[in-house]
Design a protein. Structure first.
Length: 399
């Protein structure tokens, strides 16, 4: 069976000219307008119990361009407009499959500013990227080379809240190949005191990126709150300063998670984690900021796609598995274990446990047991099949 090279996005920063920035901002606005119009049309059809698919919305787009009110849609490339209709179709597909909520309208202030170009809407020649409707190439900072002989399938241009411009180029990367198999396995317990604790006993410190910049962020947010409401220049500048601090925090967090996940995937064949519901956990007000700053959801996402790239296995143990309260030595379960207790001694066998290391060892054992006996461990967030790993209670020891 032929193995196709993995598709990989290469993201670069670029610095557009004033004319290019104006063109891209106009494109972002048109993309948002078309998406909202198509969503409104499909929502109205849904209320009438009629079905509208991508082909129907594409015909609507042609009709909209012919009207005087929406004639400005002809001023930008048609490729991003068609792509946003495809994205809407994907959103409805996920909704009908019950993998996502009903699609929402895009906001001019809060929605991501982006436009996607397919191969007919861009040209890469001699290391220079030129988009449709533009005469000059973009000033891209090529921080790393594209794969040799790469043929990009899509190019996505975006601007973040901090005002930075990025281009993401999707292409096949032949260098992404399964790594040589190894016998190494590891259990990973995420936390707040330590970002990661491994079943080997290794602990990775939590840098708490948001806390390091909290004073600076609070000052910028106070200054923003004092600006007059509206679209004034001073308020826009203050909002940009807040966004830059948030971007700095996110960049540092993402860089650390990339380093950790790459090392873990390269060194281990099987990685066992806990299937946490971070969305529910951040509703805990005292811990919400710390949990969000740790980036547990992003950590899992990186671990899963890198494992798929390099032929590794990620096992997610059920979230109700008592990994912290279960003795990894004898299998007895402690009735209560408050978060403030970081070390405890098993009353049955007398083994002293570090809370996090013990949890990581138990996760590893549960994940491997589930793999052997066919219990559902929900890899890649899919629905479990077979018996749940949490229902395999440890054997009872006779007194």
């Amino acid at each position: 069976m032929a193995v196709h090279p993995a598709k990989r996005a290469f993201k670069y920063r670029f610095y557009p000219s004033d004319a290019q920035a104006a063109e891209l901002l106009r494109t972002f606005g048109c993309v948002r307008k078309v998406y909202n119009l198509a969503l409104a049309a499909r929502t109205e059809a849904w209320a009438r119990q009629e079905r509208v698919n991508y082909n129907a919305t594409s015909a609507m787009l042609t009709a909209w361009k012919r009207t005087e009110e929406l004639a400005f849609l002809n001023e930008v490339s048609s490729v991003p407009l068609q792509q946003t209709l495809r994205h809407l179709q994907s959103a409805f597909t996920h909704f009908f499959a019950k993998r996502a909520k009903y699609p929402r309208f895009k906001s001019r202030k809060t929605s991501r500013k982006s436009a996607e170009y397919t191969s007919s809407g861009f040209r890469i020649r001699d290391g220079r990227l030129t988009l449709a409707k533009m005469a000059d190439p973009l000033d891209v900072v090529w921080s790393r080379p594209l794969p040799e002989g790469a043929k990009p399938s899509t190019v996505t241009v975006s601007q973040d809240a901090a005002g930075r411009w990025f281009v993401s180029i999707l292409c096949e990367d032949p260098s992404v190949k399964p790594l040589p198999a190894t016998d190494a396995v590891v259990g990973i317990d995420v936390g707040l005191d330590h970002l990661l604790t491994l079943s080997t006993g290794e602990k990775v410190a939590n840098p708490r990126h948001e806390r390091r910049d909290r004073a600076r962020l609070a000052k910028a947010q106070r200054e923003l709150s004092r600006k007059a409401k509206g679209e004034g220049v001073n308020r826009r500048k203050a909002r940009r300063r807040v966004a830059r601090i948030h971007a700095r925090i996110a960049d540092r967090r993402r860089d650390l998670l990339h380093q950790l996940t790459t090392r873990l995937v390269r060194d281990n064949q099987t990685l066992v984690i806990e299937d946490l519901t971070v969305t529910n956990m951040v509703r805990n007000r005292p811990l919400a900021r710390a949990i969000a700053d740790a980036g547990w959801r992003e950590f899992r996402s990186m671990l899963e796609y890198k494992a798929a790239w390099y032929g590794r296995e990620v096992i997610a143990v059920d979230r109700f598995f008592p990994s912290s309260r279960l003795c990894s030595g004898c299998g007895s379960v402690r009735e209560r274990l408050p978060l403030s207790v970081r070390a405890w001694t098993c009353g049955t066998c007398g083994i002293a446990h570090d809370r996090d290391v013990n949890a990581a060892k138990n996760l590893l054992a549960a994940g491997l047991a589930a793999t052997v006996c066919g219990a559902g461990v929900r890899p890649q967030r899919s629905s479990p099949g077979g018996q749940s790993a949490t229902k395999q209670k440890p054997p009872r020891r006779e007194p």
